[in-house]
Design a protein around this ligand. Structure first.
Ligand SMILES: C[S@@+](CC[C@H](N)C(=O)[O-])C[C@H]1O[C@@H](n2cnc3c(N)ncnc32)[C@H](O)[C@@H]1O
Length: 212
């Protein structure tokens, strides 16, 4: 961790940090200080893309969650330097956050950009985007909420497409039922850049939480 990241964590965690301890349901209006829509981003890494998206859309609150401490410091520092008031940083497991700390129908969107691909077959069960995860996420998302995933690992992209397509709580925004063109609002992420350097193909998926 750099000195700047450590300093940002120390200074800004009390103001903008959320400890994911599974002990309470979070009042999102209180956390952000307003009732603007809230999008959950799982696994923001170093947070550069998160900060860019927050700056481009100040009317949307981003609850950004990761377990990676230097990244948390980096995102807090970026938010501070860019005067972003719409980012809060969660430390811990996104599953616990969803299951224990977010109320039903509390989220206006979900972003999962370049989740760990777990390429080995015996590790596939560790992948985040699975039917059980989608069922949990669906309970926390408002009807009409967008779920946006991206990956540079093609077998995982196929698995995501299959799981989302098969899930009754989600519908594809793409008329042909396939991957989505990368929306302009998603900046290139750090992990994506590394994948592109290796010649990987990036796929975006844009699904909607259906009406109940
Ligand atoms: C491959 S990195 C991608 C980071 C970033 N989105 C990017 O594209 O550069 C995946 C990130 O997800 C985080 N992560 C994995 N599982 C998680 C979980 N259950 N809860 C929160 N973060 C998680 C990891 O710590 C890591 O930072």
């Amino acid at each position: 961790m750099t000195a700047g990241q450590a300093d940002a964590l120390q200074r800004l965690w009390p103001k903008w940090g959320l400890d994911i301890d599974g002990q309470r349901v979070v009042d999102l209006g209180e956390l952000f200080g307003n009732d603007n829509p809230v999008v959950l981003e799982i696994g923001f890494g170093m947070g550069e893309a998160t900060a860019q998206m927050a700056a481009a859309d100040p009317g949307t609150n981003i609850l950004a969650v990761d377990v990676h401490t230097p990244g948390q410091g980096n995102l807090l520092s970026l938010a501070d330097r860019n005067g972003l008031n719409n980012v809060r940083v969660g430390n811990g497991d996104a599953i616990i956050l969803l299951r224990e700390m977010l109320a039903p129908d509390s989220l206006d969107g979900l972003r999962v950009y370049f989740p760990d691909p777990w390429p080995k077959k015996r590790h596939h069960k560790r992948r985040l985007i699975q039917p059980e995860f989608l069922s949990l996420a669906a309970t926390r998302l408002k009807p009409g909420a967008l779920v946006h995933c991206a990956t540079d690992w093609e077998p995982y992209a196929e698995q995501m497409l299959e799981a989302l397509t098969a899930h009754p709580d989600f519908e594809n925004t793409q008329a042909d039922g396939g991957f989505a063109p990368r929306p302009q609002f998603r900046p290139l992420t750090r992990f994506e850049g590394q994948g592109l350097d290796k010649g990987h193909v990036v796929n975006d998926l844009l699904f909607r939480r259906v009406e109940r």
